[in-house]
Design a protein around this ligand. Structure first.
Ligand code: GRF
Length: 217
């Protein structure tokens, strides 16, 4: 493993299917970065098992053990510093990061949100898409800023909503999209083409006025 590969932390709270897609794509050479450490805030997160199965280093830092958000975030940052982390991937990490942490890793934190932002920030996106009668749904990779689900958009995968679908079916289709677009976006950062500059996503030196888009069935 060369030292020049982007040292990446993946933060999880649960199943870790997105983590698995990173592990698989790194293993088969489609994604060129180094998963330096997996961090979970929950000891029972299945993603910890996925990391162990792949011989990827992992640590559990339980938020409940800290008196406030920032002291928890400082514990995470200490771990990331120990591993020389350059890129932070939020993959189903169900804690809101403090302004302190976001500043510390400014422009180096990515999140994936299961909707076509700026539509449907927040929770329960699949049901909200159905309730709204939207024709299109999908997922968005974005840089993390202090604004929840509000940082500059990088890459969206969209798919048509099928009328007969329920929220669970829709969630499964969106997750399959996520497993493609999240490693793709992280790869753009890892190879140096994608950066955060003055509040914008910049790709190959040009500001992205809208996210890159991929269509799925
Ligand atoms: C994903 O659907 C993502 O959009 C959201 O959390 C979910 C994580 O799923 N932020 P998993 O743990 O990667 O399976």
């Amino acid at each position: 493993m060369s030292n020049s590969r982007c040292r990446t932390a993946i933060l999880i709270s649960g199943s870790g299917s997105n983590l698995q897609s990173f592990i698989d794509q790194v293993a088969d050479g489609r994604l060129d970065l180094d998963i330096a450490i997996v961090v979970s805030n929950r000891p029972d997160a299945f993603g910890l098992q996925r990391a162990a199965n792949a011989n990827v280093a992992s640590v559990c830092i339980e938020h409940a053990a800290y008196p406030d958000r920032e002291s928890f975030d400082r514990a995470i940052a200490n771990t990331l510093d120990d591993y020389g982390v350059e890129l932070v991937i939020l993959a189903g990490f169900m804690r809101i990061l403090s302004p302190w942490f976001v500043k510390q890793y400014e422009g180096r934190i990515l999140n994936i949100h299961p909707a076509l932002l700026p539509a449907h920030p927040g929770l329960n996106t699949h049901q909200r898409v159905l309730n709204a009668g939207d024709q299109w749904h999908g997922s968005t990779v974005h840089f993390v800023t202090d604004k929840l689900d509000g940082g500059p958009l990088i890459l969206q995968g969209r798919l048509p909503v099928k009328p007969e679908q329920n929220a669970k079916d829709l969630a499964a289709r969106v997750q399959a999209v996520e497993h493609q677009i999240y490693p793709e976006a992280a790869g753009l950062f890892a190879d140096g083409g994608l950066r955060f500059h003055e509040g914008n996503a910049v790709l190959g030196g040009a500001t992205l006025s809208e996210p890159l888009k991929r269509d799925f069935e």
